[in-house]
Design a protein around this ligand. Sequence first.
Ligand code: ATP
Ligand code: MG
Ligand code: FE
Length: 355
Amino acid sequence: SLVLGIETSCDETAASVVARGPDGVGRILSDVVLSQIAEHSAYGGVVPEIAARAHVEALDGLIKAALAEAGTRLDVVDAVAATAGPGLIGGLLVGLMTGKAIARAAGKPLYAINHLEGHALTARLTDRLAFPYLMLLVSGGHTQLVLVKGVGDYERWGTTIDDALGEAFDKTAKLLGLPYPGGPAVESAARHGDPDRFSFPRPLVGEARLDFSFSGLKTAVRQAAQAIAPVSDQDVADICASFQKAITRTLKDRIGRGLGRYRQLAADLPEAALVVAGGVAANSAIRQMLQALCAEHGVRFVAPPIKLCTDNAAMIAWAGAERLALDLAADPLSVSPRSRWPLDAQAEAVIGYGK
Ligand code: ATP
Ligand code: MG
Ligand code: FE
């Protein structure tokens, strides 16, 4: 099958065409992403109004480009998949309405895709991966540990109770006068810093529940910077290195616990795997730690290429293709976007908790 995907939930406008063979093997025929980083960088974060406007301006052209690059046409495509949430409502409206219009005009089924489901299933597009696997999503807006049991079947094991991990990187960078997005800037500054100069908090370490918390870390960074002001470049490097170390140690504790629980649940699972997704997965210190941790637990570590870890439309098209392959019902054209939309039904009941 051939699916057109559309993604507009945050600050990337994206369109893609993905093919799924009868054997379940996926192929990306095109994957066009326009990042709005330049539009938002002056503000140190994503401005919803600017984002929505930029999506409107770019989306039609990107869809045309994605179809052309894939060498296909709308009448050949089997389905249209558009992100319907969670995310910024203005952007979601733009993408979902466009998806509906195309589906209606071309007479194709529409799949309203949960953005988190896109991240969760990406690894099956790039690797042959059996359920159930564990997924760590660490991005600018999300920090979640999810048990992926099947298409549409997810169990959220942990989430952040305050800031997302990428957000913690971005806020720390802003605090230190580093450019936006903060993750890459903090990582490169950390390279020539002393990770042991500052002792930053490691929230929730040792606790049995699998949640995350990062807002205290940002406060500790602010206090450290204030205490030694004016901060030199070396101070910034030391703070970044210490910050990254605290993050890595915290994640190690949380994910290690999650892997233990997963291992217990699937003791004789031959294909046990941990999959990462989200922009923070680009961080090499975090990647190395996860790699080693998985080896320790006898679990395969799967890290899709960075371009597929950050927001893209190939993952949305793929989620549509997986639904189509299972003959799951398409969505009615009356479907509405949802700024909040937890992956699992259980989280649905406690909406408002975490992100
Ligand atoms: P969403 O949360 O909806 O998926 P997003 O745009 O916030 O959307 P991504 O595009 O997946 O998320 O990732 C962006 C985030 O990843 C930013 O917070 C950025 O700072 C962080 N990031 C990128 N590279 C690195 C890195 N090398 N180290 C740490 N964080 C990084
Ligand atoms: Mg982004
Ligand atoms: Fe995302």
